[in-house]
Design a protein. Structure first.
Length: 141
């Protein structure tokens, strides 16, 4: 990781645990209140977080809630013991975001840079002094 990314750390993030009911087309929340996960404290270490109970979802949204300088993150959604697939990575998953910084040659910050195997990361866009900080992981299987 180059020095440019050294201080861009997402300390905490909120996983909204939102799923979609295939038959009714309605959105459901698998937890009574949002679950807050602890993030890493530097730009290169991996922080593992586990769910209290399994979920079935077509997509998962991550809301960054505390960060240093600006929100950015890399994430991987791991499947259950039965499927043994890294569901958040292509071809099983696609990342999108509510915002991202404009692409500049040699830089990262695009949603597709947000997976754990990348040396880059997704970065939120700042507009009118506020960050728009929502990362979506759409799961295919």
């Amino acid at each position: 990781m180059d020095a440019y990314h050294w201080n861009y750390v997402t300390d905490n993030y909120n996983n909204a645990m939102v799923g979609s009911n295939e038959t009714q087309g309605e959105t459901v929340n698998n937890y009574e209140k949002p679950k807050v996960f602890e993030g890493n404290t530097d730009s290169f270490s991996v922080k593992h977080n586990y769910l209290d109970k399994p979920i079935m979802a077509r997509y998962i949204k991550f809301h960054t809630i505390q960060w240093n300088r600006h929100p950015s993150m890399r994430v991987e959604i791991m499947g259950c013991q039965l499927c043994k697939e890294p569901l958040g990575l292509p071809p099983y998953g696609k990342m999108s975001a509510s915002s991202s910084r404009k692409f500049q040659k040699g830089s990262s910050c695009q949603p597709e840079d947000g997976h754990i195997l990348s040396s880059k990361s997704w970065c939120s866009k700042k507009q009118n002094g506020e960050y728009y900080d929502l990362l979506h992981v759409v799961l295919f299987k």
